[in-house]
Design a protein around this ligand. Structure first.
Ligand SMILES: [Fe+2]
Ligand SMILES: [Fe+2]
Length: 368
């Protein structure tokens, strides 16, 4: 029996298994640098290493011991529940969009893995390095599992190549907390919403990977809990001017998801999911969860909310269309599309937020 990344105890083991496997076309997609594509991040690791988790010690120890018990060890690999996938029979547009979805998900998972692994490598603070080691382990398994699915379609992301060649964006630690916390919680909300939908409509499950989403999103849920605790150690992170940053990250993360999902109409049609309704459901869940730590939530029921998300989506379509053309009119169209997207984003940012009283303990359970 060959050793699988799902059984790995550490991130190093999991990546070594994956690295032996391939180098391929999907890597080029994962290398793409657009505003919407998943990025790789780097930060001030010394500042993060200096975090003192004593103010949240009881919840911290609880969370770490749950992660150490490793309930999902061995889960992220194909077994008898993995139905045969006929990639050749799949509608070509659906196939293209689904591969795009898998590559983009794999890149996001791996982006988390690289950041967490680096933090573990550079740190000396035992609490912090232990947490990041555990989270990197999970993300390596997730990325490895998506790559297993991609390999069946004849493509896979070369993770080793990405680590070396993809551009790294520097974010200050506090921005890493906001962005990563949100991406973990929205990841949970996305996966559980699709999982519950397909539980009700198994006939729509056109690929077996969706069966794994429940345990998957529980990992993401724990990762989000960890970032909530990290932010809880320093009240300044969620007050004063930082509330504006939180609003910015909430708006940017939600808007990015909305625009990106609307790029995959065939994928959502196959699942019988309306991407706008799905978006609102995921935003509502994420907002409810983020009340554990953020002093505001976005007013997603404000009439300007959906109107401007639609405008951003349209601007993105216009931009894509103009990118395929050349000449002066295409340049003008591109500028106009970027301008429209910027105006719509500003309009979203200026919708008054709803204030929220943050509870004494951040602790939550995955209830959806
Ligand atoms: Fe993950
Ligand atoms: Fe995660």
């Amino acid at each position: 029996m060959t050793f699988h990344s799902a059984d790995a105890d550490t991130v190093e083991e999991a990546l070594a298994v994956q690295e032996k496997l391939d180098s391929d076309a999907a890597t080029a997609m994962a290398m793409e640098e657009t505003l919407l594509s998943p990025r790789f991040y780097t930060t001030d690791f010394n500042e993060m290493d200096a975090i003192n988790v004593e103010p949240v010690r009881a919840d911290w120890d609880n969370l770490i011991s749950r992660m150490l018990s490793d309930p999902n060890k061995g889960h992220f690999k194909k077994n008898e529940d993995w139905d045969h996938v006929d990639w050749d029979q799949m509608d070509p547009i659906l196939r293209k969009e689904f591969i795009d979805f898998l590559v983009s998900s794999c890149t996001s998972e791996f982006s988390g893995c690289v950041l967490y692994k680096e933090m573990k490598r550079r740190g000396n603070n035992k609490d912090i390095t232990q947490l990041f080691q555990l989270m990197a382990r999970d993300e390596a398994r997730h990325a490895g599992f998506i790559n297993d699915a991609l390999r069946e379609a004849g493509v896979a992301v070369n993770l080793g190549f990405l680590t070396q060649k993809k551009k790294y964006t520097y974010f200050r630690p506090k921005f890493i907390y906001y962005a990563t916390y949100l991406s973990e919680k929205i990841g949970y909300a996305r996966y559980i919403t699709i999982y519950r939908h397909l539980e009700r409509h198994p006939e729509l499950r056109f690929h077996p990977i969706f069966k794994w989403f429940k345990e998957w999103c529980n990992d993401e849920f724990s990762h989000g809990e960890a970032f909530a605790l990290l932010m809880k150690t320093d009240p300044k992170l969620t007050s004063g001017i930082n509330v504006y940053w939180i609003k910015f990250f909430l708006t940017a993360v939600y808007a990015t998801m909305f625009v990106r999902d609307h790029q995959r109409p065939a994928f959502h049609k196959a699942l019988n999911i309306d991407p706008s309704e799905y978006g609102q459901e995921v935003f509502a869940k994420t907002s409810e969860l983020s009340r554990q730590i953020f002093p505001i939530t976005l007013d997603i029921d404000n009439p300007r909310w959906m109107k401007n998300l639609e405008k951003m989506h349209q601007a993105n379509l216009d931009l894509a269309e103009a990118t395929n053309r050349s000449g002066l009119s295409a340049v003008v169209s591109r500028l106009a599309a970027r301008f429209n997207a910027g105006v719509a984003f500003l309009s979203l940012m200026t919708i008054p937020a709803k204030s929220n009283t943050v509870p004494a303990s951040t602790r939550l359970e995955p209830v959806y």
